[in-house]
Write a protein that binds this ligand. Structure first.
Ligand code: NAD
Ligand code: UD1
Length: 337
């Protein structure tokens, strides 16, 4: 299958591109590199021994996008391109709606122009808002607590309406839990710009000595040790979920949502402990105020993905941390190195 991957130079995109190549698919990447480096694609080429046609293009450039579809005529699209920082989305909501929602609208116009009607979309567990009905299943009521989350919700709804209007569409809304880890080569991984917002990359930077200590956002939650609990999932398991969804879309029409999580919750202190153990470095931390908007616990019921797609996460916390640590040690300055 010829798959066009938007945002293919990013963290999850690059790992998925690699897996697609390894499974024999033809891959084209579209990215504006607003949050990534072309170096990630060069590394994917190095690991796979294959070249990847890469197009520097912004989804907001509708005309060039439609031209590109005419030129490539892909069979399916995996759509990772989007802005993802919650705090930034509160400060700049219009930029988020424009980039994520309007960008997706343009993408759909491009797809329609060549009758390409198979789409895998990067949604997020954020569409469950602050629901406390755990574990979260696909039927849990959706809501949004910030503009970033609302862009994901709007896009899911838009895709559902599109599927109703034209039953020829095959669409997968994949709701990711907390992606972490890296490819075992240590050549590709997450390369956050500036101070990481998310826990794992922050802990990795403390372990390597780039930051002094982890700020633990609250230790008074009603959880096993008082700290926040999340469903961390290895990025390669996540990537495999996209291939399983693509296979499903090649035989089934309609719009579906699937949780991609492990079903297991891990606390902040458990993450810090695992990182200290694997890296052999003491990871210092201090407990500070809760982060506004955080929920105590969030983990998936991943059964639907198993039933429909035959997919489940295989890798545990130890491997997530080991792979993340290898990437961190080999690339202390990310792709700049
Ligand atoms: P990332 O920032 O590493 O990758 C996104 C890529 O999209 C980047 O390469 C960026 O340059 C590109 N991009 C952004 N806007 C674009 C535009 N207008 N035109 C072309 N390219 C554009 O992020 P990621 O962690 O790989 O996430 C991929 C997707 O998964 C995002 O949509 C994100 O919202 C979603 N998601 C991520 C997480 C997570 O924790 N990483 C969790 C849930 C959902
Ligand atoms: C964040 C995003 C969410 C997104 C998800 C997956 C916010 C408010 N939410 O949520 O929209 O879908 O990532 O990418 O940004 N923690 C610390 N210290 C830190 C960082 C985090 O204690 O320096 C704690 C948090 O309070 C939380 C856990 O670690 O309990 C995980 O945090 P994080 O990695 O940011 O993920 P989410 O909170 O799930």
């Amino acid at each position: 299958m010829h798959v066009l991957v938007t945002g293919g130079a990013g963290y999850i995109g690059s790992h998925t591109v690699l897996l697609l190549l390894e499974e024999g698919h033809t891959v084209s990447v579209l990215d504006n590199f607003s949050n990534s480096s072309p170096e990630s694609i060069r590394r994917v080429e190095k690991i796979s021994g294959q070249s990847v046609a890469t197009y520097k293009l912004d989804l907001l450039d509708r005309e060039r996008l439609i031209d590109l579809f005419g030129q490539l005529r892909p069979d399916a699209v995996i759509h990772f391109a989007g802005l993802k920082a919650v705090g930034e989305s509160v400060a700049e909501p219009l930029r988020y709606y424009r980039n994520n929602v309007a960008g997706t609208l343009n993408l759909l116009d491009g797809m329609m122009s060549t009758n390409c009607k198979k789409l895998v979309f990067s949604s997020s567990a954020t569409v469950y808002g602050d629901s406390n009905k755990l574990p979260l299943s696909e039927t849990t009521e959706r809501s949004a607590t910030n503009p970033y989350g609302r862009t994901k919700l709007h896009i899911e709804e838009m895709l559902e309406e599109l599927g109703i209007s034209d039953p020829d569409w095959s669409i997968a809304n994949l709701r990711y839990f907390n992606p972490v880890g890296a490819h075992e080569s240590g050549l590709i991984g997450e390369d956050p710009q500036g101070i990481p917002n998310n826990l794992m990359p922050y802990v990795a930077q403390v372990a390597i000595g780039k930051r002094e200590q982890v700020n633990v956002f609250g230790a008074d939650y009603a959880t096993s040790d008082g700290t926040g609990v999340r469903d961390y999932i290895h990025v390669l398991d996540l990537a495999a979920g996209h291939l399983a969804a693509l296979e499903y879309l090649s035989i089934q029409r309609g719009v579906n949502a699937w949780n991609l999580g492990t079903g297991h919750g891990t606390s902040v202190l458990e993450v810090i402990e695992a990182f200290s153990r694997v890296s052999g470095q003491e990871v210092a931390y201090q407990v500070v105020e809760r982060r506004p908007g955080d929920v105590a616990e969030c983990y998936a019921n991943p059964e639907k993905a198993m039933l429909d797609l035959g997919w489940k996460a295989e890798r545990g916390l130890e491997q997530m941390v080991e792979d993340m640590w290898r990437w961190q040690v080999k690339n202390p300055d990310g792709f700049l190195n």
